[in-house]
Design a protein around this ligand. Sequence first.
Ligand SMILES: [Zn+2]
Length: 178
Amino acid sequence: MMSNETYMNAASIIAETFSKDPNTKTGCIIVNPEGEIVGAGYNQLPSEELSWDDKGWAARHAEVDAIADAFKNRSVDIENIDKYIMYVTLFPCHPCAHLVIASGFKKLYTNCDKYKESGKYLNSETKQLLKKSRVSVNFDLCDIQADLKDQDAYNMLKEYAEKYNPYMLEYFEGGVEL
Ligand SMILES: [Zn+2]
């Protein structure tokens, strides 16, 4: 296992490398009990015919992307999914929280909770939903600046890409300069 900071750095590297969101690039990774990354996702438009102007209804969120990725890869042992950990760079929105719960995840780290103060997007209701569904959300990494040059995070992402994600592999071979 790497440190939680390194896993969160990996999620941040995914966001910065792949998301085209003009405002809030978001990344998510799924880590198995052995400490390996088995799923990764970022907020994106699912079709070239969609626009970021319609982000509210058009964007696929990072958690949806990462969970779909891991399930498509068949890299998750469903019986033990409660032992997997999700790292997401932004506290989940309400529909994503439902997806996290429905998929069986029980542990989540986030490093940004920027809607906490504004009360927007059902932030407090989402926290209640997760808590009462026994999903632990760890905010210890909130507001810690991500290290986008973390070599350990790159190496883990490269291993993940070699196994599961040919599209991402070219970005992690040889280390990407951001
Ligand atoms: Zn969401």
